[in-house]
Design a protein around this ligand. Sequence first.
Ligand code: SAM
Ligand code: SF4
Length: 328
Amino acid sequence: MALIDNHGRKINYLRLAVTDRCNLRCNYCMPSEGINFVKNDSLLTISELEKVSKTLVQLGIDKIRITGGEPFVRKDLMVLLRSLSKMEKLNDISITTNATVIGPYIDELHQLGIRNINVSLDSINRETFERITRRKQFDTVHNNLIRLITEGFNVRINFIVLEGQNEQDILPILEVMKHYKVSVRFLEEMPFNGGSKSFSTIKWNYKAILEHIARRYDFEKMVSPPTSTSINYKIKGHKSTFGIIPSFSRTFCGTCNRLRITATGDVITCLYGKPKTNVRDMVRRTEDNQEMISEILNAIGSRAKTGFQAQNEHTKTIFDNSMTSIGG
Ligand code: SAM
Ligand code: SF4
């Protein structure tokens, strides 16, 4: 079975947020305090997350990325991962993490065959890192990152380029990572930060990032899969590669293969749109997944063509959302 949207795009990739909680307070993602985390009983339980995933795999999803909030602050996360790793038609389980508390789980992740880990790291300078994340976790993150890379995981570093905060680290992070088999992906900032900031343009867009790197390095464009959100490059002599994700400019919508489910069960068919439905009550009410299937098919059958269109479909801004509830 395949999930095809109303624009002929195949949907095979689920981004599943397992919590809205986080132990960092990245200033581009959430305010420093006064965050309204949802009540515990509003979060999908592990068994509900399993049921939703199973239904979606049955419908044609073959890749699931676990995200959040910080997935590893959820103490029972490994129970879900063990169960997902047994789903035959699921070819790829990936995780996006801040790498603060992943340490004790690294061995088991490897045993489960989970290899694709995205680590968010917006600076290689301790002070800058601590200023952005508002927490003192630099050493732990750095150590876990190097451990993941050297223990054979496919690691991609997500680095959001933030005007006035970490632009001075763009070239140094490439210099430090050139010795490692890792991909450094620079992301355009999006105004999903819990409402404290909104903007209609950004200084560090795709073009500005690329030009900045081109002043120092010679690089070649790599061939990327059609559904890739990043445009990827290889610098001569570097073991690492780098990519740029035009999240704000949104040039990747034409090949978008993603569906998002938030930690409370909202079904989001476009990052820039509103939730189309919610599956939590359905999965709680009955073992029968027919209603959930029909709601998900409806949602996928009425997808906006682009992020700009999705954004225009509602009058109230979606940017008062935080990424911690959507999962990036
Ligand atoms: N806590 C985990 C982490 O930081 O990797 C997973 C959740 S986080 C919300 C998922 C991704 O969203 C991260 O790579 C993060 O950098 C990105 N993100 C958060 N806020 C963003 C923003 N305002 N603009 C662009 N990306 C953002
Ligand atoms: Fe937490 Fe990730 Fe948001 Fe940072 S980006 S506050 S680590 S959820």
